[in-house]
Structure formats: C-alpha cells, structure tokens
Write a protein that binds this ligand. Structure first.
Ligand code: ADP
Ligand code: MG
Length: 717
C-alpha cells in the first residue's frame, strides 16, 4: 500500500493527494445532474482531509493553478500556429492578483478556456478513467500508478473554502460558464457572462490560510515556482515612489523570465549570460569555475545548465543547490537520487519532463529514465572536465584546488567516474606544481621505489607543521606531495588500491633513511647494549601526555642527521583518520596516538650522553647486569628442560622454579631501569633533546613546556 506518511519527502503528501482524488472521483460516477453535481467524497467536507495531509506542501496550489493557465495559453498559441484558431491572440499575459479585503486570489489567463462539456470532462471527471486504470494496476504496483496522476487543479482546495472557475472557450459562439464548489460534495455549474476568451480561477482563501493573502508571500512563491515559466506572468503593477508614497505605475510587474538560458541555444549565449544567470540564481555565491550546457532529446528530454561552484564554506553547500524544473516549472531543489551524489555539489538547473516527479524517492532510483539521465550527466561532467584539462591545462590547474573536493568525491563514490577522472585528476606537490597521476609516477619512479618494488609517494598535509620533515625529504632528493584536502586520507587509500605497487607515506611516518626502504638500510647494524641503555633513559623521561604513547628506538642515521626524530606510523594514523569519516571504524578512533621516538646513535649529543652514562652508572649497572646474565641463562635452561616434558608431567615445583626466575629477572630489570632513570632525570641535554623533538611536533605544552623554557634559560650562559 502507500508508504509511511511521517517522512518530509516531497512525494508523500502527493501520494496522499492522489488517494483523495480517487475517492472524489469514484463518487462522481453516480452523478447525473449537470447543473448541480456531486464530486463526492466519503466525508461531508473534503477540507479537513486535504489540509491535514497536505500541510507541508500547501503552497504548491499556486504553482498548479498558474501552470494550468500557462498550459491553456500555450495551447491557444499552438492552435493559432496551426491555423486552427483564427482570431487575435492579443495580450497573453497571465495575471495574478490578491484582494486581501475580500480574501480572494485570482489567476486569469487568455488561453483556450473551457466549454461546459470540457469542465465536466476535465474538472468534474478529471481522473475518471484514471481511477479505473488505477484500480486495475493498483494490485500490481502502487508506486508505478502514483506517477500517472498529475498534481492539479484540486490542490486549490488546500487553501480555499470555495473555488470558482469563470471561463469562456476560444471556440466560436462558446457560452461562458461558471463552476463553483465550496468544498462540500456539491458543485454548481451555471451559465455566466464573460467578455474575453480564457479562464479566471477565483480562490476564496480559507481563514487558516490567510498567509497567502500577503502580497509578499505570493510574490515569493511566484519567484520560487514560476520564475522561468514560458508565458509572461504579471503580479500587479510595478510601483514607484511619489510624494512619499508607493504607487502603482501603468507597467505590469512581470515576475518571470520566459526564455531562461537553458532554453536557448548555446551558440547564442556568451559567458556573461551564463554568469548573469548564475548570479540571479545564487546571489550570495562566488562566480562559478565552469559550466556545462545540457541538451538532449533522445532517448529522454533534458535541458539545463550545471555550474561548478567555488565553494567557500560548508554552508554554501547546504544553501545552494541544483534546481529541478519540469517544462520550466520549478519542482524542487532536492535532486537526491536523480543525479549521482557527488554531482549534488554542483549548482544550476535541470529541466526534464521525463523525470517522474510524484513518485517516492526510492522508486525514482529504480526508474530507467532517471538512471539514464544520471549516467548522461556524469558523462557530460567528466567530458567537460577532460576537455578543459586538455585544451587549457593552465586554467584547469588554476582551478584545481576548488575542483578537487568535487572530483575526489566523485572518484571515491563512483567507480565509473574514477575511470574517467584518473586521467585529469591532479596531484600537487609542496611547491605548488601539479602533475597527473601518470606524470607523477614517472617523476618519482626511479628515486622512490623501495626494496619490494613499491613506488613510495611521500606527502605532507601541513607544510608548516611538517616543515623539517619536508625539508629532510627534499634534501634527500625526494618529491613531497601536499595532501591537505578533506578527502585526501580516503583518496590515498583509494590510489593504493587502484594503482598497483603504490604506497603512500607521510613524511613523518619514519626516519628519513627508512621512509623508502632500500636493501642497504634493511641490514643496518643492530644497536649495542650501551645504546639500548640510552633508549631506556630517554624512555623514562618523556613527559606523560593524555592518550599518547611513545616507543623509543635507537639507530645509526649518520652524524649529520637529527639526534632525535619523532615519527608516527602511517598505518595507525591513517586508520584513526579514516575512523572519523567512515562508520564501523570507531575501534581505531579510540586507540591512543602512537609515536616512535628515534634516537640517532651517530649523533654527537647522543654519543656524549651514552659516554657520560657509562661513566656515571657503569659501576652500579655492572653487578645487576652480571646477575641478569646468570638469571637469563638459568631461565633458558629451565625453559629447555620444561619444553621436553608433556603438560601433565610439569610439576608444581617446576612451575614455581620458573616463576621465581621470571620474577627475579623483572626485579633486576626494574633495578637497572631505575639506575638509568635516576641518571637521566638529572641530565639536562637529554631533557633538552626530548623537549625539542616534542616541540617540533607540537606535542609540548603545559607544565612540560614551562619546564623546558626555564631549563633553556638556565642553560644560556
Ligand atoms: P493537468 O494540468 O495535469 O491536466 P489539472 O488538475 O491541473 O491536471 O487540470 C485538469 C484539466 O483542467 C486540465 O488538463 C485542463 O484541461 C483543464 N484546465 C485547468 N485549468 C485550466 C485553464 N486555466 N484553462 C483551460 N483549461 C484548464
Ligand atoms: Mg495542471
């Protein structure tokens, strides 16, 4: 049956509207009296039903009535063009007026008008045949049917306590008729006088819809829905200030542009026309980067202009949207499910009579026209980008930073768009140079391939914060990319999946000599026990930071390399970043930040600390180390003997022996740790080195920073 009614979806009230319409029509079947007919409803009064259900969409009555007037006007034009109407067309302006004192809104046209028979057929029996259809097909697919019914004339009852139609057909000798209905199941149809051809729709606005009697409200609704209708719509007269008062002039206040740019030929239009149109649609936005004029008439009809916006803030994204029109009548600015997600970031207008407008949103997705339209637009967009890239690369590069979010979003969300975009998507290095994916790979391949044959793409996401790391990488002859966009972490993952033998590493993800692992540095010398002591000393003195863990390591990196470097493993950091944008990864989000502090055993300061430590605590360590050596040998023996036994042969005595030995070992280890920590606590250069490394990574603050400052001042001689 019908979908749930709670949603604010555009389609929902409409779906209900159709149900009401069916009820109205079914009752009419029993009516024979032409003068006083029965539209028929199940309740005595249709208003409570209509109003209750259609609350959120009341305002569309104006769109419906005005577009009927426009349809009637287009029809008379067509008849005249074909020679079937020989009279004067005259002024065809549709006129809307508000009479607040009498609670009336009037919409007049000089279109085809209606004869008594036509009123009966199109107004009274409007959905008569449709109802049979409906009942027939309803059993199969309710959704498919809803689309067969237009919104229409009856929406007037959402805001009116009575509706009159005064109309005279263009046909020779036609009798003017007045149809009137106060919302009770009866309507009235009588002969009347009307000088002119055409139709007046007179809405007697209901007490609880008085808002629609405000001129400003009607003006804004006309602007919203009727701004680009193909027939001039006048809402009163233009006004001017005279003697301190606002007075009407003789000139009509035309609220619409009858030939908006998407209805015109691209060859007739200049850049300025497109820009002017854009500014009119989005007065607050910056000028767009590029635009595309869409124009297809097979296998579906679609016209429109899409703009690539310059997005300053996320607010712009929410405020400015693509507008969807159907034959120049505004329908909605919610194009979800009609264009692919990433294209909803674009601005502009799409006009297509082939998009079923009054079906549920989920049904839209399955519609074959909508699918074709979506594919078509995606292709058009990528073709256009490809074109600008090819023909005017400089221009494209200049706009890349603004286009990037949009293109990346498309590449991430649509595999077919990725396939097209991979040829024009750019990478930017820290010096602001742009490369295509292929160009960049060629550039770095020779110098940045690791021992496993992976090409390593180095990147930074903050030129200032990662300054030292970038400088070190460049000094080594590496190229560094700048990946500072919102979607870059996700893009890095995507590129690694899509481009074979590719690895991305942030410049601070390892010490410079290991960022790109070669065969040589893989077999680097192991650190000595003395060097290990230095690592333990540093480890004991790192200030405690909330939710941050450090692992200290010591390696030979050459005399000229920095004494202490802090790095952050690429994998963990990236998983944490992704956990912010992807659901199902919260686990990573809660993990602490893990850093490695890497000491350079070749650096003179580290060597000095090592030597001093030997001098100062060598004697204290010697007996502990001797004990440890003995204990470890014993432990090895115990382990060996126990490994030979089966699980049930190991006695309690065996277990105790092993545990005692283990305890003893950890005790000794604690002892030596304490000896080293005590020495380290009083070693100023060691603290200074730790703090400088933290400082370089923006990890020094609070008390630790204050201590650093005091210590530094003390050290100035
Ligand atoms: P739709 O516009 O989808 O056909 P409506 O309920 O809006 O459905 O209108 C029903 C019919 O009433 C129209 O098709 C048309 O024949 C007739 N009609 C409505 N308004 C006018 C008008 N202003 N002039 C002439 N005919 C009209
Ligand atoms: Mg209509």
């Amino acid at each position: 049956m019908m979908p749930s009614f709670i949603s604010h979806d555009y389609c929902i009230p409409i779906a209900i509207w159709h149900e009401i319409r069916i009820i109205l029509v079914e009752k009419y079947i029993n009516t024979t009296d032409m003068q006083k007919g029965k539209i028929g409803v199940t309740t005595e009064n249709i208003f409570p039903v209509i109003k209750q259900f259609l609350y959120s969409d009341h305002e569309i009555f104006l769109r419906e009535i005005v577009s009927n007037a426009v349809d009637a006007t287009q029809k008379i034009k067509t008849l005249a063009a074909r020679g079937d109407f020989k009279g004067e067309l005259g002024d065809l302006t549709v006129r809307v007026s508000v009479d607040k004192d009498n609670s009336i809104i009037k919409i007049s046209d000089r279109g085809v008008g209606m004869t008594a028979e036509e009123i009966d057929k199109y107004i009274n029996q409007i959905a008569f045949s449709g109802a049979n259809d409906f009942l027939e097909k309803y059993k199969k697919d309710a959704n498919a049917i809803i689309g067969h019914f237009g919104l229409g004339f009856y929406s007037a009852f959402m805001v009116s306590k009575q509706v009159d139609i005064i109309t005279r057909s263009y046909k020779d000798g036609a009798q003017a008729m007045k149809w009137s209905c106060d919302g009770s199941p009866e309507f009235e149809l009588v002969e009347t006088e009307k000088d002119d051809r055409g139709t007046d729709i007179i809405l007697h606005i209901d007490d609880d819809s008085k808002e629609f009697l405000e001129k400003s409200r009607i003006q804004s609704l006309l602007t919203k829905y009727c701004r680009f209708l193909p027939v001039p719509i006048a809402f009163g007269k233009k006004t001017e200030w005279k003697d301190g008062k606002e007075v009407d002039t003789a000139e009509d206040n035309i609220i619409n542009d009858t030939t908006p740019i998407w209805t015109r030929k691209p060859s007739e239009l200049k850049d300025e026309d497109y820009l002017k149109f854009y500014r009119a649609l989005y007065p607050m936005a910056d000028d767009p980067l590029f635009w595309i004029h869409l124009n297809v008439d097979y296998p579906f009809t679609l016209t429109g202009v899409l703009y690539f916006p310059k997005i300053r803030t996320n607010l712009d994204l929410q405020r400015n949207k693509i507008q969807l029109y159907c034959n120049q009548v505004f329908v909605t600015d919610n194009v979800e499910n009609i264009v692919p997600d990433f294209l909803t970031l674009l601005h502009g207008v799409i006009d297509s009579p082939d998009i079923p407008l009054n079906v549920s949103r989920s049904y839209l997705q399955a519609d074959s026209n909508v699918k074709k339209i979506s594919t078509y637009i995606t292709k058009k967009v990528s073709d256009r980008l490809q074109n600008i890239f090819k023909e005017d690369r400089k221009n494209f590069e200049g706009k890349w930073d603004d286009l990037k979010l949009f293109i990346n979003y498309g590449m991430l969300s649509q595999p077919d768009f990725y396939d097209r975009a991979k040829d024009f998507a750019l990478l930017k290095d820290v010096d602001g140079k742009y490369y295509t994916l292929d160009e960049y790979r060629t550039l770095i391949k020779d110098n940045q391939t690791d021992k496993d044959g992976n090409v390593v793409y180095l990147y930074a996401n903050d030129k200032e914060k990662q300054y030292t790391y970038i400088a070190n990488a460049k000094a080594k002859g590496y190229s560094v990319l700048l990946l500072d966009g919102q979607l870059d972490t996700a893009m890095v993952n995507l590129y690694e999946q899509k481009i074979e033998k590719t690895r991305f590493s942030r410049v601070d993800s390892d010490s410079i000599d290991r960022l790109i692992m070669s065969k040589d540095n893989e077999n680097a010398a192991k650190s000595t026990a003395e060097e290990q002591n230095v690592a333990d000393m540093f480890s004991s003195q790192i200030p405690k930071l909330p939710n941050v863990v450090f692992h200290v390591d010591i390696r030979a990196a050459g005399e000229n390399a920095a004494p202490v470097v802090i790095t952050q493993s690429e994998y963990m950091r990236r998983m944490k970043e992704l956990s912010h944008i992807e659901s199902g990864m919260q686990f990573y989000g809660q993990m602490p930040d893990e850093y490695a502090m890497i000491l350079n055993s070749d650096h003179r300061l580290i060597k000095e600390i090592k030597d001093e430590a030997i001098k100062a605590v060598g004697d204290a360590l010697a007996p502990v180390d001797a004990d440890l050596k003995g204990l470890e040998a014993r432990m090895a023996a115990i382990r060996q003997s126990q490994e030979k036994k089966k699980a049930d042969e190991i006695t309690d005595e065996d277990r105790k022996q092993r545990k005692d030995c283990e305890d003893e070992i950890s005790k000794r280890r604690e002892e030596r740790k304490k000896i080293l920590a005590d020495f380290a606590a009083g070693n100023k250069p060691l603290h200074q080195l730790i703090d400088l490394a933290l400082l370089e990574n923006h990890l020094l603050s609070g008390e630790a920073l204050a201590k650093f400052v005091t210590r530094s001042i003390d050290m100035i001689k």
